[in-house]
Design a binder for this molecule. Structure first.
Ligand code: ZN
Length: 93
């Protein structure tokens, strides 16, 4: 049996370390631009704590982490996605 070591990542807002699967990944894909939970390139992670994703500075922190400008359209999609996580804690299982 193979023991899987969880991949730990830091939330860009609270700076706490979490198992990667408990975080929302935002990636600046080399070809496709900003993507949620997929893509290859520079990535930032945010935990599902309301304090973090509803932080008024989260957009700035994301832009800094990804070194890019985030369109308001993306922020909208991102907020919808992250809110739906809390509505459905068992989603995807
Ligand atoms: Zn956090």
């Amino acid at each position: 049996m193979i023991q899987q070591t969880p991949v730990m990542r830091i939330c860009i807002s609270c700076r706490k370390t979490y198992d990667r699967k408990d975080l929302i990944k935002i990636t600046k894909d080399h070809k496709k631009g900003i993507m949620l939970k997929k893509g290859m390139g520079r990535s930032a992670y945010i935990c599902k704590s309301k304090n973090c994703y509803s932080d008024s500075k989260i957009k700035k922190k994301l832009q800094k982490a990804l070194k890019t400008f985030l369109e308001p359209e993306f922020i909208e999609i991102f907020e919808q996605e992250i809110t739906s996580y809390n509505d459905n804690p068992n989603k995807g299982i």
